[in-house]
Design a protein around this ligand. Structure first.
Ligand SMILES: Cc1cc2nc3c(=O)[nH]c(=O)nc-3n(C[C@H](O)[C@H](O)[C@H](O)COP(=O)(O)OP(=O)(O)OC[C@H]3O[C@@H](n4cnc5c(N)ncnc54)[C@H](O)[C@@H]3O)c2cc1C
Length: 428
């Protein structure tokens, strides 16, 4: 079971191998940050994994999108050896949430958590690069430039995974696996694995870019609700990474307009506290969509990270949630003694009943994983969606309601602690 039927790695792919001779128990589709962390966490648990990614190693390096990482994510990345490999990590020691022209606001500081930082800001590109290096350090089998095209149920309960070299998709070959983890991001192959996806587009887009200002405050992040959308400023070494959610038409007009117009709009949105403020880079437009995947059609195909849910970036929770998926998956995986693997078994004992028993244990473990992830996933999706929609309401009284909500969170210690814990550790 679980052997390459066509054998070879597609030519041209870069491949590293872990524990020679051990057949992978699982293929992870996608070596993005979430897939890489799942591979590291499963390997740490003694599971033989193989990973494939349609892109070249380090292809994500050019993506300079800033990600706010929660303290919980920082702990997980440290545990898995990724944290020291990230080139630049800027701490967030204070978060200020406010709205323009209305009362109410929330201040969170490290003192609330009793830690050195509330979280950190890193570039997606630096994180992706650190993940490539961490996978190499653990000698994990990664096939780059390998595109997974379909997953079907095969004979004897195995899964048949169709894959090809990314530059020659017509030359596909089949690989048989006991289980597949889809970590292939927002544009992945859910439909080709018979999984259903629900999608809702927001009529807004995010403008993403770097911002410089006269009164830069290192370590302090801002989330400011402007009429119709939030403006997030995340502290880097000497500037802010900006994510500004706007109506698509307004954003496009701003991008088509002059640099002065863009600077003026930004200054108006940010308010006077920053002094003179301007874009350091031309912002780029990112579409906003809420997607979630129902992944119970095949018991041994699971989704994690953006493949499972793609969130509005308003609360900076997408990757943080994906990290919790990856850790929970590894924790739920059957213990080594309960697994039948290529390395452990005596070929003569590879009976149908052994294989069936291993499938049943895995099926039960993955069902538990889905059950255990339900609460955190649905609460994070719901909170992010609510924040996105409430932030987008531009009706009389909306600002006052938002202000009241923020004041309550700030003034009631229990609610405040809960909000902070949700932000930092998730909603499990
Ligand atoms: C503007 C913006 C700001 C954000 N800010 C934050 C933030 O502050 N905090 C936060 O936590 N999150 C944030 N996010 C969300 C975060 O970027 C994502 O949740 C995270 O990058 C998802 O990682 P992933 O590994 O699941 O997917 P990806 O990073 O998309 O990786 C998927 C991988 O799968 C590979 N792949 C795809 N299809 C195939 C295939 N068929 N075969 C083989 N390989 C395949 C791809 O090549 C890719 O390498 C933000 C998102 C945006 C857009």
């Amino acid at each position: 079971m679980a052997e390459d039927t066509a054998g070879s790695t597609p030519s041209g792919s870069v491949r590293t191998m872990n524990a020679p001779g051990r057949e992978p128990e699982v293929t992870i589709v996608g070596a993005g940050p979430v897939g890489a962390l799942a591979a590291l966490a499963l390997t740490a648990r003694g599971v033989a994994v193989s990973v494939c990614d349609a892109r070249e190693p380090g292809a994500g390096k050019a993506d300079r999108r800033a990600l706010a990482l929660s303290w919980g994510t920082h702990l997980a990345l440290s545990e898995l050896g990724v944290w020291p490999l990230i080139a630049q990590r800027d701490p967030i020691r204070q978060v200020s949430v406010s709205q323009r022209g209305a009362f109410g606001g929330i201040e969170f500081t490290c003192a609330d958590l009793g830690s050195d930082a509330l979280g950190y800001v890193v570039d997606y590109g630096d994180l992706a690069q650190a993940c490539v290096r961490a996978l190499q350090a653990q000698a994990i089998d990664v096939q780059y430039q390998t595109l997974v095209q379909r997953i079907d149920a095969g004979a004897g309960g195995a899964l048949e995974v169709a894959m090809a070299h990314a530059s020659r998709p017509q030359l596909s070959h089949l690989v048989r696996r006991n289980s597949v983890v889809l970590a292939d991001g927002a544009e992945g192959i859910a439909a080709e694995a018979s999984l259903r996806r629900h999608e809702r587009e927001y009529r807004q887009v995010a403008l993403v870019g770097e911002v410089v200002c006269e009164r830069f405050q290192p370590g302090r992040a801002f989330e400011r609700f402007i009429e119709r959308g939030p403006l997030a400023l995340l502290p880097r070494a000497d500037h802010y990474a900006c994510v500004w959610v706007l109506d698509a038409a307004v954003a496009r007009a701003m991008l088509a307009g002059s640099a002065e117009l863009r600077a003026q709009a930004l200054a108006q949105a940010a308010g006077p506290a920053f002094g003179a403020i301007d874009w350091r880079t031309l912002p780029r437009e990112v579409p906003l969509v809420l997607r979630s995947t129902q992944d119970d059609a095949n018991a041994r195909v699971v989704t994690i990270g953006n493949a499972a849910q793609t969130l509005h970036p308003v609360a900076g929770q997408g990757f943080n949630l994906g990290v919790r998926d990856a850790l929970a998956l590894a924790a739920a995986w059957p213990a080594p003694a309960c697994r039948v693997t290529g390395a452990d078994r005596d070929p003569g004992s590879d009976t149908d009943s052994d294989t069936e028993a291993a499938h049943l244990r895995l099926t039960a473990a993955l069902a538990r994983f889905r059950r255990e992830r339900r609460a955190d996933r649905s609460r994070t999706i719901a909170t992010t969606d609510l924040l996105a929609r409430v932030g987008a309401i531009d009706l009389p009284g909306a600002a006052a309601v938002r202000g009241l909500g923020m004041a309550m969170i700030d003034l009631l210690p229990g609610v405040r602690r809960l909000a902070l814990e949700r932000l930092v550790f998730g909603a499990g």
